[in-house]
Design a protein around this ligand. Structure first.
Ligand code: ADP
Ligand code: MG
Length: 698
């Protein structure tokens, strides 16, 4: 992605074999891609250690001294070469197990020398096996002080393309091509932002002569990476606003007002009010709305969705709400129906298990425009479902849907409806900006009043008896308990066994008729699932045993205990979602994470994080650090998150800065026609070519 796009085969010392290998092993085809193969760390060769200073830790050190003794020791077949290196403070052994005779010839007694390598500590005796040996640099030597270390592979190493070999090729490519590299930032632009030039950055990222130079190079390269992503997204956003006309919901009419004043079951939180206002504003502009509402579990997104739908109805349009599971869609429908009935709003539920007569009736009333709100699952996007005039489409728990499914909803009308997507998986702001930078984002960062914190505990399995006692005690007080077992798709049978065994055990520990236990898992028929959910929701069963099907959205306020079995097998966001099922009523709530004794480091961090905090955003940050940003979002354009150097978990400040710069830039020169901005536009066209609409919400 630069003006230098020469095949790697022509680089000095490469040739067809190594070129093929570079492509195979590292995906490098061009010299530019090689230049973008940045070092993953640097070895500081400006620092010298003294022998006396060395600790027992196996760290890399550099010692300046001279060889006082060279000898070969050990039996003939296991000979090793041992040289004693002495500096002013003491001496240490340098050891070679291979290539002894060749090395022996290159070592000179009583001549200044620098040895570099990892300290080995064997029974208190320190040595450096296979050190790098060099003559001390002369003071005017221009060799870089921080030596780059590149990732490479065994096959490449065998062909001489180890870190040092790569470094050599990179140096020669830089020498030959540096002048051809074009800079998207003019000197003036770079100066305004206190950035160094691209050429300088490329040189210093590979061969920094000081930490300060390396920092400047990193800053420049990371900034540029974020800058162009943000430029695409913000431009897309502006372009969508300009070109895609949305229905104008100019009126706040009867339905909204009537509901707001007479049927609202509680006062909205400040955060809810703010988000409703943001949505109202969007809907009134005449541009198509593309808004993401992020709000932690239980923050009250549903009512916000309903108010938005009422605005659509007030302006003569229909609205649809799509949820990822049947259970959730049904719950939404029941809750919303209860609020809509008294207000005289016509609302229906459509799922995979809707009976055909009912389905036909819904289709027909939808097309005639009689139905005002349709709630449902994927069934909503079936081609047979036709709206008279869909004005607003809402997707709940949007991360559960694929891009294609969202696109279908968007295409339900000739004219795209306003889109509102809601997610209860808080994602770090940096990630949100990178993934959804082309959307408007609303955040509900406040929970409804009266919520008590959920006491979270981590228990090992051996404490099962204690746990049972606690459950009995809470159930005696009238509380209800969720127990969740992990389910991993690849081995569904095995994992269901988990649940089944657990269920059998529970039946023994919590015998009927005193206790009633409901069971829900993904492989049950929908009507059975619903029946069991109902038993729990109505309080007939005190315990619900489930796989993660209940992760999303289920709302049973009287359930105050969430027990997660094999908690070490759940991801952080899943655990957070699960915990969000409790703490919805006025009772003291508990989340108990049960795990085996053996835990991986990551699993430990996850459980500790859950115990420490309830803040979804903080949890999301930890999650991103553990898993990397790509994994978190799964399906959604993960390629977009593959920065060469920048890191979403560490470089949030640079991302924000880049975003601000882009916003200001487009505000003053939206077409990038200023001579100071033309190179930016050119570079960006090179980067994204025909991918114009790639990131529009679909
Ligand atoms: P989520 O954001 O997880 O979808 P819900 O919309 O399901 O949250 O709301 C969770 C619970 O909080 C529901 O029982 C809802 O009725 C209640 N709730 C929402 N907003 C408020 C509020 N402002 N005051 C009191 N309760 C509220
Ligand atoms: Mg919800």
């Amino acid at each position: 992605m630069s003006t230098t796009n020469n095949p790697i085969v022509y680089a000095e010392g490469i040739g067809p074999d190594r070129a093929a290998l570079l492509t195979e092993e590292l995906g490098i085809r061009t010299t530019w891609q090689l230049l973008e193969h940045y070092p993953f760390r640097y070895v500081d060769k400006t620092q010298f250690h003294t022998v006396a200073q060395l600790s027992n830790a196996p760290v890399e050190v550099q010692i300046k001294g001279e060889i006082t003794k060279i000898e070969e020791v050990g039996p003939p077949r296991q000979k090793r070469l041992v040289a004693t290196l002495k500096d002013a403070t003491g001496s240490i052994e340098l050891v070679w197990f291979k290539g002894a005779s060749w090395i022996r010839r290159s070592l000179k007694l009583h001549t200044p020398l620098v040895a570099y390598g990892k300290v080995n500590n064997f029974k208190g005796k320190k040595s450096i096996p296979h050190p790098e040996i060099s003559a001390p640099a002369l003071s005017n030597d221009l060799q870089s002080a921080l030596e780059p270390v590149y990732s490479t592979t065994d096959k490449l190493t065998k062909k001489g393309l180890h870190s040092k070999g790569l470094s050599k090729v990179i140096r020669s490519v830089l020498k030959k091509e540096l002048d051809e590299i074009s800079d998207p930032f003019t000197e003036e632009f770079a100066k305004q932002q206190h950035l160094i030039s691209k050429k300088q950055a490329l040189y210093w990222i590979h061969f920094p002569s000081s930490q300060a130079h390396l920092d400047a190079a990193r800053k420049r390269i990371k900034f540029e990476e974020f800058f162009f992503l943000q430029l695409t997204q913000i431009r897309n956003k502006i372009r969508n606003k300009d070109s895609i006309k949305g229905y104008k919901f100019g009126e706040v009419g009867q339905n909204f007002m009537n509901f707001y004043n007479n049927h609202l079951p509680f006062e909205l939180t400040q955060a809810q009010k703010r988000v409703v206002k943001e949505i109202r504003f969007d809907l009134g502009t005449g541009a198509q709305m593309n808004r993401l509402v992020q709000g932690d579990v239980g923050s009250g997104k549903t009512i916000v969705a309903l108010l938005a739908m009422l605005l659509a109805i007030d302006n003569g349009f229909q609205a649809a709400l799509m949820a990822p599971t049947e259970i959730l869609a049904t719950q939404h429908f029941e809750g919303l129906n209860e609020m809509c009935q008294p207000a005289g709003i016509r609302i229906e539920l459509l799922t995979g298990s809707t009976k055909s007569a009912q389905r036909d009736s819904i289709h027909q009333r939808l097309q005639s425009g009689e139905l005002q709100i349709l709630i449902g699952t994927h069934a909503l996007i079936e081609p047979t479902v036709k709206f008279a005039n869909l004005g607003l489409a809402i997707i709940d728990e949007q991360h559960r849907f694929g891009v294609a499914q969202r696109a279908k909803l968007w295409k339900k009308n000739e004219h795209p409806p306003h889109m509102l997507v809601m997610t209860a998986t808080p994602i770090p702001r940096t990630l949100a900006l990178s993934l959804y930078g082309d959307l408007d984002i609303s955040i509900i960062d406040e929970l409804p009043p009266g919520r008590k914190p959920i006491t979270t505990k981590h228990l090992f399995e051996k404490n099962r008896l204690k746990l049972n006692g606690f459950m009995q005690q809470e159930i005696a007080k009238g509380r209800q308990v969720y127990i969740v077992f992990p389910l991993i798709e690849e081995s569904e049978t095995l994992d269901l066994k988990n649940l089944e065994v657990g269920y059998e055990q529970l039946l023994r520990d919590f015998p009927r008729p005193q206790y009633q236990i409901a069971v829900v898992h993904g492989r049950m028929k929908p009507e059975d699932k619903e029946g069991e959910m109902k038993r729990f929701a109505t309080g007939k069963a005190q315990i619900l045993v489930a796989t993660t099907v209940i992760e999303v959205g289920v709302n049973v306020p009287n359930a105050s205990i969430m027990i997660v079995e094999n908690a070490e097998r759940f991801g952080l966001s899943q655990l957070h979602q699960l915990r969000g099922r409790v703490g919805r009523g006025s009772e003291e709530s508990y989340c108990i994470l049960v795990s085996s004794f053996k835990l991986s480091g990551d699993a430990k961090t996850r459980l500790e994080t859950m115990v420490r905090t309830q803040d979804g955003f903080e949890i999301a940050e930890v999650d991103m650090k553990l898993r990397g940003p790509g994994d978190i979002m799964g399906t959604r354009q993960s390629g977009q998150l593959q920065f060469k150097l920048a890191s979403l978990s560490q470089d949030g400040a640079i991302l924000n800065w880049a975003r601000e710069v882009v916003e200001k830039l487009l505000a003053v020169d939206s077409q990038l026609n200023d001579e100071n901005h033309v190179p930016i536009k050119q570079h960006w066209k090179l980067l994204y070519k025909d991918k114009w609409g790639w990131n529009r919400i679909s």
